[in-house]
Design a protein around this ligand. Structure first.
Ligand code: ADP
Length: 565
């Protein structure tokens, strides 16, 4: 507002000074001209009257008596001066007759044959007079004098009227300029307000309605500008929001670091990797990108394996972080798995090819030995087949991570009875006791359960020893109905520190003995995968020397209708 007020004041001052300069100049000129005109007409009148009196005086006597009479006609003081410079008659003062006129400049002028003029005080203490002296042909001088007071009074009146007129004009002009200034300043004020609002982020600028002409054009341009800015800002905001949504949704960690090394942007994925400050390990990459060179590295950040890429930005560096911890772990697992599998396969293959070569080299006479060799080859071939099928099962389980969607209600007693029957086929002497209610059911798949129970029972018979007890019961775990199946043997048990590891792939407790018994070390890994796929858990409880108890916990299904009597 201060700017507008000062603009208004300045405009007003400009107008006022313009009026004063122009008005004063005009007044002075008019006054001068009119005063000059007044004097000129007075002079012309007196000169003409002087000439007339001079002509009339020709040959006339008694100038002392003529002077007052002529003065009445001319309405001026009349003095007649003789050739010798003595006053012959004066209309005002008869006593002057016969006295010398003295050194009056107008009279001196007239004596030289021209009309003489002067403005001076006539006589001591007398008023200022205008004097015109006209020579006569006989060498006399006729002088007419008029007091200037009249002219001055007229001048004063005239001046006063002029001043009064000017004052009225001044007030009118002032009013006009006030309205004019207001008409100019108002739209400016409203535009200033709009500009202030625009600067504060309010882009709804409307053109002032009362603005016309150039100001109107300016105001409309201004409103247009406001709309443009609003649209642009809207677009930019939209783009920025989209970009920040994208960046924060990225799996990759993204950081933008300015030239001073301050993190300007850290997205959600990057935060757990870098924390509050840029880690020391990242500094070389940041420096390189700040120097205009792209750089990549794999490094460790807060215990995670991270692939980091640094790219130069116009004002800093862009860092992209990709957490490869899981990838690297999977790679390690895969490498280990491959080498384990190769190792497992190599032993039986070596045995097969060794015995086969022996048989091929020289036919063995003894049919017993031949048969023994062929049995070894057969056993090892079976081992390979077993191993390959285990690998395939494991691969299949991993391919479909979860089978929870396919679970149905499965009668547990039936599964265990079938598995026990299978065990008796290869170990007729094995003693297996089953303690499971007929109506007990779990949520799972028949295939999965068959595999799990068979494996646990096989292991119990192979590594443990009779009697083996398979039991199952319902129980409530964290408010959920579960079924716990236990396979208990009386074998050597499993040391505490191995109880978790036996579930790892290819892990065997007593390698030699276990391999002798045809184990690949994959059985329990498969069991664990299958149990987890059915939404359950498996673990072992064992005191070395006192046997082992494998526990499987699964979701319970509704009890089955009791079998028909
Ligand atoms: P495999 O296929 O060789 O049998 P598993 O994964 O089934 O391998 O078992 C892993 C190891 O756990 C076996 O080598 C064996 O030593 C041990 N083990 C499994 N079950 C028992 C058990 N009931 N008692 C003692 N040891 C066992």
């Amino acid at each position: 507002m201060a700017v507008n007020a000062s603009l208004r004041t300045r405009l007003l001052l400009l107008f006022v000074s313009l009026f004063l300069v122009v008005g004063t100049g005009t007044l002075v000129t008019i006054e001068r001209t009119l005063s000059g005109d007044l004097l000129t007409s007075l002079d012309a009148r007196l000169t003409a009257q002087g000439r007339a009196v001079a002509a009339w005086l020709e040959g006339a006597g008694h100038p002392e008596r003529l002077a007052p009479r002529l003065s009445q006609v001319t309405r001026a003081r009349l003095t007649i001066i003789a050739k010798d410079g003595l006053i012959e008659g004066d209309s005002r003062d008869p006593a002057l007759t016969g006295r010398p006129v003295g050194d009056a400049p107008e009279v001196a002028h007239a004596r030289r044959g021209e009309v003489g003029r002067a403005t001076r005080r006539l006589g001591a203490g007398k008023a200022l007079s205008y004097l015109v002296a006209v020579p006569t042909d006989e060498g006399r001088v006729v002088r007419l004098a008029v007091p200037l007071a009249d002219v001055q009074a007229t001048r004063k009146r005239m001046r006063n009227r002029l001043l009064a007129g000017s004052a009225i004009g001044f007030v009118g002009a002032l009013l006009l300029s006030f309205f004019f200034i207001r008409a100019v300043v108002r739209p400016l004020q409203s535009m200033t307000r709009s500009a202030e609002r625009l600067a504060q982020g309010d882009y709804d600028v409307r053109a002032p309605v009362d603005a016309g002409g150039e100001l109107g054009v300016l105001a409309r341009a201004f409103a247009h500008l406001g709309n443009e800015v609003k649209a642009r800002v809207g677009q930019l905001t939209e783009q920025r929001d989209l970009l920040s949504t994208v960046i924060s949704g990225l799996i990759e960690g993204v950081m933008v670091i300015d030239q001073q090394g301050q993190a300007v942007l850290v997205n959600d994925a990057a935060r757990p990797l870098v924390g509050a400050d840029i880690p020391e390990a990242l500094q070389p990459l940041v420096a390189s990108a700040q120097g205009g060179h792209a750089a990549d590295a794999e490094l460790e950040l807060r215990g995670r394996a991270v692939r980091a890429s640094a790219r130069p930005l116009p004002q800093g560096a862009l860092i992209v972080l990709y957490d490869v911890t899981q990838l690297r772990a999977l790679e390690a697992v895969r490498r280990e798995f491959l080498s384990n599998a190769a190792h497992e396969l190599r032993t039986p293959i070596t045995a097969i090819s060794g015995y086969a070569e022996t048989l091929l080299a020289a036919p063995i006479e003894d049919p017993e030995t031949t048969r023994e060799f062929l049995e070894i080859i057969h056993r090892n071939a079976n081992r390979i087949a077993h191993l390959v099928s285990d690998l395939l099962v494991l691969d299949g389980l991993e391919a479909r991570a979860s089978v929870i969607a396919e679970r149905t209600s499965v009668a547990l007693a039936k599964v265990v009875q079938d598995a026990a029957a299978n065990v008796r086929a290869f170990a007729p002497q094995a003693e297996v006791t089953i303690d499971i209610a007929e109506d007990l059911a779990v949520l799972g798949t028949r295939d999965g359960l068959d595999h799990v129970v068979q494996n646990l029972l096989d292991n119990a018979v192979k590594y443990g020893g009779s009697p083996v007890v398979v039991a199952a019961r319902r129980l409530l775990v964290a408010g959920k109905e579960r079924v716990q199946l236990t396979v208990t043997d009386r074998g050597p048990g499993i040391p505490q520190d191995q109880q978790v590891r036996i579930f790892e792939r290819f892990y065997r407790l007593d390698t030699g003995r276990s391999r002798d018994r045809g184990g690949s070390g994959l059985g329990l890994a498969i069991v664990q995968s299958q149990v987890r796929a059915m939404g359950g858990e498996v673990w072992v409880e064992s005191q070395p020397g006192q046997g082992a108890r494998f526990c499987v916990e699964l979701d319970a299904a509704a009890p089955l209708a009791s079998p028909e009597a």
